[in-house]
Structures are given as structure tokens and as C-alpha cells.
Design a protein around this ligand. Sequence first.
Ligand code: AHR
Length: 660
Amino acid sequence: MRKWFINSVLGSACLLLSIHLAAQTARPIVVDVDKPISSIQPTMWGIFFEDINFAADGGIYAELVKNRSFEFAKPLMGWKILKTDATEGLLILNRGDSNAANPRFARITRNNPDEKFGLENEGFRGMGIKKGMTYHFSLLAKNTEAYPLKIRVELVSEKGQVIGTANLAPEKGDWRRYTADFAAIGTDSKAKLDIWFEGQGSVDLDMISLFPDDTWKNRPGGLRADLVQLLADLKPGFVRFPGGCIVEGYELATRYQWKNTVGKIEDRKTMINRWNTEFKHRLTPDYYQSFGMGFFEYFQLAEDIGAEPLPILSCGMACQYNSAEVAPMDQLGPYIQDALDLVEFANGAADTKWGKVRASMGHPAPFNLKMMGIGNEQWGAQYIERYEAFVKAIKGKYPEIKLVTGTGPSPDGKFFDFAAKELKKLHAEIVDEHYYANPEWFLQNATRYDKYDRSGYKIFAGEYAAQSKSGANPDNKNNWRCALSEAAFMTGLERNADVVSLCSYAPLFAHVDGWQWTPDLIWFDNLNAYGTPNYYVQKLFSNNKGTQVLPATRDKLPLTGQNGLYGSAVLDKETNEIIIKLVNTTGKMVNQTITFDGVKRIGSKAILTVLKSDYPDAVNSLEQPNQVYPARQEFFVKGKSFQTILPASSFSVYRITLAK
Ligand code: AHR
């Protein structure tokens, strides 16, 4: 690992205050406390959830069984037949239109009760099982035989030990849900589920499911609590969902349709995930969407973690990198209707058509949806035309809903310029810009919004991440060099909070064995998860958001990279604190004086949090999740200024309470 600069001993010892001889002394930074520049939107720092890298199935959705309803293109993908006698039978039957959302089911027939016959599910690269945890097994079964088969369930560790068992005896009769709860007696991140059938006869099965008890808020069939907690800890202002390209689909038929993701779980139609085949070097043939994490769960998640929902809807254009299929203008009606109905699903009274669906799912109160995005990374005249049609219909019915539009996949170039010009003419409210670029781009673009037009739309920095190699390169790493450049860039977003009102890193999640795209904010396996250095940068910004931007200058100039220093300052009116963020991108520590103008004195306890590494290539991992981790320290400020040390290649956040 290459070292950033020479004096690591001094670097780690000098978190704060004591002036070290080896450090360079810099001209003071002045923060004007009584000259707030603009307000900061409560939505400023949010998150972007897309079902990529096993983020939903295999990730935040805690279901452990893959292909639980046999609806993958290959109905037995994820399943293995366990048998000792060739005469034993499994059939996959199809109900066709009589159950269009979930047509297939399995019929098990046993002729020879002396032989063993079973099915094994491999989970999502295994199943994460915890010793002592209760597991809830369930399935739908139908039985026409007088003597139905009995079912024995076994959780089996990677090494072949049985670490949990349960028994079920479906009775004669029509489709019914059967459940069995049991405790695991071992821990394993790659366990499997074996289902053994005993006796003679047959049974029909569907929706074979296994959930841990410790879901988020202990909701049955809910979300993985450790992953939700990592999101909650960010205190995000909004959650953008469900994408990303997944909104658009490879072709229109595989676009994300929210109506297929609500209601009873067995009625949500499983669909291929567009990231299944996207990257030849990372093919993921077993990547599907069960929609267990659907639009209801999304709204509920946003509500749980105190964030505004920001759904993004198909605008009738499939991914322009893929099929580029477009719904003709005279056939856009159903797409627009989906958008209108989503507002009703989120906000409508419990006696409206879609409000009733929400209420039946356990949430009679509205979700209070305020914003909605039209299309993802679309470009060209076709997009503008479709966007206009959506605006007309949505604003006509729901003028209070703020609409988000976009400038396509790049932060510059001809598609970007065209969209920016057209969207300005249309008085767009919020425009989504995406930046996937190298760390140098992020440093250079810390001033991107300093001169942006203030009379036009607001900016949604909707997808960004520094790429250590190149865009979506499989060798990209979530290293400290990238995270530090994002911190520098984000000081520019913060300084310009009058024009930038929403920001989110992308993508959010990645399974260490199931990813397609890197870098990603949070990585996990079937049992554990960790935040990347980039995660801690995001967290430091969003946990220190403030309410007003303050001028922070050196020699009367904003801190935009002179001598490698980037910075911004905010006031938090609610807590009466000044928050200063300083990013030292140089390999040298710096003695820094910070002076406050516009106050008589600052007299109080303060907190400094520093995120740093001596190694630009430093990363966190499951084995070493805290290689780059914020260190927190209290200090005291007296009078109107204080001195501090900015360690080499560091991001420092100061929270200072104003004297009363
Ligand atoms: O974040 C991953 C992908 O990058 C998103 O799906 C898409 O919008 C962008 O191209």
C-alpha cells in the first residue's frame, strides 16, 4: 500500500489543537457567523436505493430462499433435487392465466416411502444463519391425497451439519399457508435449506420461504435490520427509489412497474433483474426481483428513517444504452396513469382505489409524498416531449408534488447541454445530474455550482461516486483517495445549498459475492455489513447538515482547493452550533487558525470528528471494517478563534456551540 506522506506517527498523534513543529502554518480561515448566505434544505443529503448488486433480494429484503415460487426463467434455478430413487417425482405445474402473477408451483409425488426425497435451496450465495436466532419457515401447500406427505425442514451448514430443524404436516385441502418456527443451533454464512418429504402420496407447494426473526422493527417478512440500521445512521433527508436504470428496463416490458410490487406477497409478479445480464464480466443469471421489497416497504422504510420518499418512474423510455424502446406519445397514457396512481397510493384517503390498497397493507395514514422523478438517465428530444406530458398531467391533478427531471448520464456534453437548455425553458423544478468520474474530476468540480444560474431550477446531485479506475470498472475500489475527493466536492455542494437541494451517492449496496457494479457505499455478506470510507464521508455530511450556509473564506476567498484545502461552514439554528467541514487533500498536516466574525465570542465545548488515512488506497472490508473510521474528540473554544491541526489527507468536522 502506498503511503501518502512521510510522518504517520505525527499524523495520527495530532488530531487536534497542539501545534506541531512539522506542520505547515496556513493563513486563517474566517467564518462569518452573522452573514448566512442561504438556507439548507432538510432533504440535502439523502440516499439512492437501486436493486443492483443484490441490494433487494439477497440484501435488504431478509428472505433467505431464492426463487421461492419457481418463477425464474429456469423454474428450478436455486433448487436441487435430493433423491436416492429415480422413481420419486417433482413436477413444475403452471396455472397460466388463472394465477397470472404467480403461475408456477411444485408437485411432489412419492411412491417409495423407504427412499429419501427432498429439495434443497441454496439461498443467495448461501443463507446467513445465526446461532440462537428463531427462523420462520412457511409455505403454501395444497393436498388432494387422503394421506398427504409430511415435511421435515433442515438448515444445513456449509460443512454439512444440521443447524436447525422443523416439521410440518399439510392437511388435506386447498391452498393454505403452513408455518413452523425453530431456533438455529449454529452460525453459518453459507447454509442451505433442505426440505425432506416423508410418507407416500403427493403435495403441491408454492412460496417456500424462510425469514429470520430479527428483521427491522421485528416485522414478519421484513427487512434486514443491520442494513437498515446503516441507512438510518446516515439520517438521510430522502430515499430515491427504485433506480437508476432499473426504472427504465432493458426494454419497456422489463421496466419497473410499482403496481406489480404492492399487495399480497404471493401476488407480486417475479421479474428478471435488468442487472442479471448487463455486464458480461459479471453475469448474474440468478438475479431476479421478487418485489418483496416493493413500493409499500419503500415508503415504510423512508418513514421509519425520517426521510422523504423520492420515487422515480418510467417515462415510457427503456434504457437508451440497451433497447432504447420508446412508448409512442399516443400510448403514453398508462405510464402517466401509473404516476398519478402512485400519488394516490401514497397520499390518497383510505377509501380511494389505491389508498385502500395502502390501508389494506397496514398503513391507513398517508405517506405524505411530496416529490417524484420522471425518468432516469434519459436524453434527447423524445425525453423532453414525454417529460412535458407527465408534467401537464401530474401538475394538473397534484400541483403540490415537486417534479424531478434529469440531464442524462453525463454532467456535460451535448445531451447534457440540450437537456439543460430545454428544461430551463420548461421551468423545471429540480434537475438530476449524475457524476461518475475520477477523483481529480471531483476535486476540480468543487466549484461546479459556484457560478450556476440562480434563476433556474434546483439541482439534485442524484448519482455520484469517484471511480478509482473508470466508470463501473470491476476493479474500482471504495478507497480513501476517492472518498476524500468526494468530501472535497461535497463542500462545494454544501456551499451552494441555495441551488443544490438534494444529493445522493450511488449505488448504495453491494453483496460481496453477488455484485455487478463497483464502487458502492455499503458492502455486506449474508451475516455482516460494513460502511466504506465513502459511507463515513456521507455520514459526516448528513449528520452535520445545519440549516444555513455561512461564508468560510481564507484571504476573502471561498475554500475551493487553494493549497489543497476545501471547506464549507454552516449554522445549525436548531442546536445553535456552527459546523465547519475542512478537507485537507495534501500530504502534509497544516496548522490552521479559525476565526469567527460577527459574534462577540465563541465560548464553549466543541466536538471534532476526523476521518483520515495515511494511505490513499486504504479500504474497509468485512475483515477490517474500521480501517478508515471517524475519530471523535471534544475540545474547548474560548474567545473568537481557535487553532487546530488538519492532518494530512483528512476530512475534519468541527461542531462548535455558540455562546448564549
Ligand atoms: O448507479 C448505477 C447506475 O448508474 C444507475 O442505475 C444508472 O442511473 C447509472 O447509469
